[in-house]
Each structure stands twice: as C-alpha cells, then as structure tokens.
Ligand binder design. Structure first.
Ligand code: PLP
Ligand code: COI
Length: 360
C-alpha cells in the first residue's frame, strides 16, 4: 500500500513568512505546512495513508505510548541541488533502520516502499520549504511511529500511527563549524547489551538528558558514553557517532548492539576510502583515546550524524582530567570528509554510490 491520498492545506503559510523562517531556520523549531499520516490496526495492517495539513494530534490520556513508550523515529534530510531539484540522502537506509527499531520495540514494520513514498509525498508537497542550494541548510524529515491504542495493560499495542513531519534545518550547533566540547560520562550509561541502544526510540534520548545536563555543568556541549559493562569502551554521543582520526586512517567504534548504526557513520567509511584514507571499525577504549592523543598518533576526533553532519571534537573532559584534540581547531581530515559528504548530499559532487534519491 503506497498510495497516499493528498489532502493539502487550503491555507499554507504565506511566501514571505516562509522565506523569513528559511533565512534562519535553526533546528527543529519550525514545521512545514503538511504531514503524512498512516494508520495500522491489527488484522488490517497499514491503511488510510494521507497527506494532510500539519496539525496537533488528539491523544487519549490513556494512550499506550504516553505510559509505556512504544515510540520510534528516524531523521533524514532533503537537499536542494544546483539545478533546483530536490533529493533525499539514503532514505532506504532509514527505512531499514526504522524496521529494525520497530522489531525491537514490538511494533509493526513499515514497508520500505511506504516509508520512502511517505517522505517523498511530503517533500514534494512542501518543496518550497527546502532551503536554497549553496548553504548548509536542508529540510529535515522526521518519520516516527507511536502506539495509538488506549489502555493501561503492558503489552504491544494493536493500533499505531506512522507520521512524517518536516522542519527546515540550519546548523544543529549554532555558531558554525566550531569544535564541540565533550564530557565523558563514566558512571551513567546510555545503553546496555541486549537493551534498546541500537533502536532509535525516544526512551534512549530521555535517558540521555540527565547526563547531558551534567555535561553542561562541566562546561561541555555533549556527552560521550562508555559501554555499560566495563565502563571502558567508547560508544557514541547522545545523538551522534564518533570517529577517531589516526593520520590517514579513520576509526569508528564497532557496532556492538548498544550503539546506533548511524547512516552518516556508514557513509563515511566509504567516503573516506574514496578520498584515499583507510577506514575501519574497531573497539576504542577511553584510556587509548587519551594516551593516543598525548602521544600524538590520534590526530583528530569528530562526531557525525544527520542533524549534526560532521562536527569536530575540541576539549574532552573526564572526572580525572581533560585534554584537547587538534589544538582545539577543526582538523584537516575532519573538514575534508565533511566537505566531501556535503558535496554529495547537495549535488555538487558525483553520487557514485547511488545514495541520492531524487524527488522533484
Ligand atoms: N547515534 C544516535 C544516538 C543518534 O540519535 C544519531 C542520529 O540519528 C546518530 C548516532 C547518527 O545517525 P545518522 O547518521 O543515521 O543520523
Ligand atoms: C538525527 O541526527 O537525525 C537525530 O536524530 C539526532 C537527534 C536530533 C537526536
């Protein structure tokens, strides 16, 4: 079922108001005129796919999501290309991860064709919301699914709603490409083996907020989590994966099941090779991070994700001391990878991996 009935708004935002938002969109503050909504009920499957005006949902106080958090989401971006056309980056990869998250949370899987068709329909309808080519702004798409059944019994719901909303996005970190400071959380963990760390589910983000507040108390912008068993191996940040640059080799922590399989992370393993660097997945310990920075073999560290693109890591703070990567500057390899990935995404460079999905 990939037919989406179009019921567009009779009153989209005026051009001038939209343009004012696009001039400084921020991140996740403004939403486009429409959303896509698809229902699932046990025995019937996916039905009632429609594109409708963006509007609040009416939720029963006993809605199961509000109590037991069966919720999953995705994040992907649509970019304006030099010829004015619009394309999303690897939407099939988001669709596959959304299915994996659904399985882990005992929710129904959205077929890939429906996931991609829903994103396409929204981008097509709200194409005027895709920022102009040339800058780093894009249209961030947020597909998500919630349980809609009413009741307080603890079991998988029998009714769900899959929605896609869109938000014009400027820089995730205001202030441009400046290295971010990282607090290493050595006691609080984000995810455990066998848990839900590799699912993109809201609870993981709720669980990260206290550590994030502690990072802020230590003057840091982000938290890096260690593994929950040995408190030794570096996993990821609250909303980004990590990369360690050793000269001409980039290394990212192995997917152990408790960190999110980032699509940017996966893409960079390939983009790095295209640029003549080596890339590998390997376990990296906090001790190694510190020692290799001090002995000079670890030359740069960066974080990556859809919202944040690639962001250099500057100061790293732990309870027992702090250090600085690349003299607190954005490293050369980091910026080269960032430029190459953005060039593919914005249609400035050849898409030799077939990652771009043209929509309009
Ligand atoms: N890790 C977490 C916890 C995230 O929320 C995200 C963002 O989606 C990422 C990593 C990066 O994933 P991606 O590159 O697919 O956006
Ligand atoms: C993304 O990069 O798409 C994310 O979901 C990260 C975030 C905004 C939590």
């Amino acid at each position: 079922m990939t037919t989406i009935e179009l019921k567009p708004s009779a009153r989209p935002l005026a051009d001038a108001e939209r343009e004012a938002i696009l001039a400084d969109p921020g991140f996740g503050r403004h939403f486009t005129d429409h959303m896509v909504s698809v229902r699932w009920t046990e025995g019937r499957g996916w039905h009632d796919a429609e594109l409708v005006p963006y509007a609040p949902l009416s939720i029963d106080p006993a809605n199961m999501t509000l109590h037991y958090a069966q919720e999953i989401f995705e994040g992907l971006k649509a970019y304006r290309r030099p010829d004015g056309s619009v394309a999303t980056f690897r939407p099939e990869a988001n669709a596959a991860r959304f299915r994996a998250s659904a399985r882990r949370m005992a929710m129904p899987e959205v077929p890939d064709e429906l996931f991609v068709a829903a994103c396409d329909a929204l981008v097509k309808q709200d194409q005027a919301w895709v920022p102009a080519h040339g800058g780093e702004s894009s249209l961030y798409l947020r597909p998500f699914m919630i349980a809609t059944e009413v009741g307080l019994g603890v079991r998988p719901a029998k009714e769900y709603l899959f929605l896609v909303i869109a938000s014009p996005a400027g820089a995730y970190f205001p202030g441009g490409v400046k290295p971010v400071s990282i607090w290493i959380s050595e006691d609080r963990v984000r995810a455990v083996p066998g848990g839900v760390g590799d699912a993109k589910t809201g609870g993981n983000y709720a669980a990260s907020l206290l550590a994030q507040a502690e990072a802020a108390q230590h003057g840091c912008a982000q938290v890096a989590y260690l593994d929950a068993v040995e408190h030794k191996w570096v996993e990821e940040l609250g909303g980004m994966n990590l990369y360690f640059v050793y000269g001409n080799k980039i290394v990212t922590p192995t997917l152990t099941g408790s960190l999110l399989a980032g699509i940017t992370r996966d893409s960079l393993l390939k983009v790095a090779r295209d640029l003549g660097y080596e890339s590998e997945e390997s376990r990296v310990s906090l001790d190694q991070w510190r020692a290799d920075t001090e002995n000079g073999t670890l030359t740069e560290v960066f974080a990556c994700g859809t919202a944040a693109v690639i962001t250099p890591v500057g100061t790293v703070k732990t309870a027992s001391g702090e250090w600085t990567q690349s003299g607190g500057e954005a490293g050369e390899v980091t910026m080269k990878l960032r430029g190459s990935l953005l060039d593919i995404q914005t249609g400035k460079a050849e898409d030799k991996h077939g990652w771009m999905h043209g929509i309009v």
